[in-house]
Design a protein around this ligand. Structure first.
Ligand SMILES: [Zn+2]
Ligand SMILES: [Zn+2]
Ligand SMILES: [Zn+2]
Length: 138
């Protein structure tokens, strides 16, 4: 696990506890964003199971520290993915089979400048996901 993660935890006054490490491991190994209950499910089969409440609480904390990004797709349930070591990107999900694909592009630079200009906010993040029908489901 990268030092930067330990630094982020330390800066937030948190330790890398066993459940936190286990949760980050699951998220690191998942190429696509997964739900908290999926994280819980994967940990249940491991040597150190973590209960669902603990999974939710720790994911919220990791999100606050900027280590984990929430991804809101159409399912009504948040998914999560690690932020470090991965390029900023967006997703597209199929409404038919639920398949998710990473979109390694971000077209929002100009829009961000416009938003800042109009609102005088300092924008530091945004969320954008696409939905549609994959080739198999069309
Ligand atoms: Zn599909
Ligand atoms: Zn992703
Ligand atoms: Zn973007």
């Amino acid at each position: 696990m990268a030092d930067s993660i330990l630094d982020s935890l330390k800066a937030g006054g948190k330790k890398l506890t066993k459940p936190r490490r286990a949760i980050l491991d699951v998220l690191e190994r998942s190429p696509l964003p997964i739900t908290a209950s999926a994280v819980h499910g994967r940990l249940r089969k491991s040597k150190s199971p973590v209960d669902l409440v603990t999974v939710y609480r720790n994911i919220a904390m990791l999100q606050e520290l900027g280590l984990v990004t929430p991804v809101g797709l159409f399912e009504g349930q948040m998914r999560y993915e690690v932020r470090y070591g991965r390029e900023h990107h967006h997703h597209i999900q199929c409404r038919g089979c639920g398949r998710i694909v990473d979109l390694m592009l971000c077209p929002l630079k100009k829009l961000t400048a416009l938003v800042e200009q109009r609102t005088r906010f300092s924008v530091d993040d945004h969320a954008l996901e696409f939905f549609g029908w994959c080739p198999q489901c069309q």
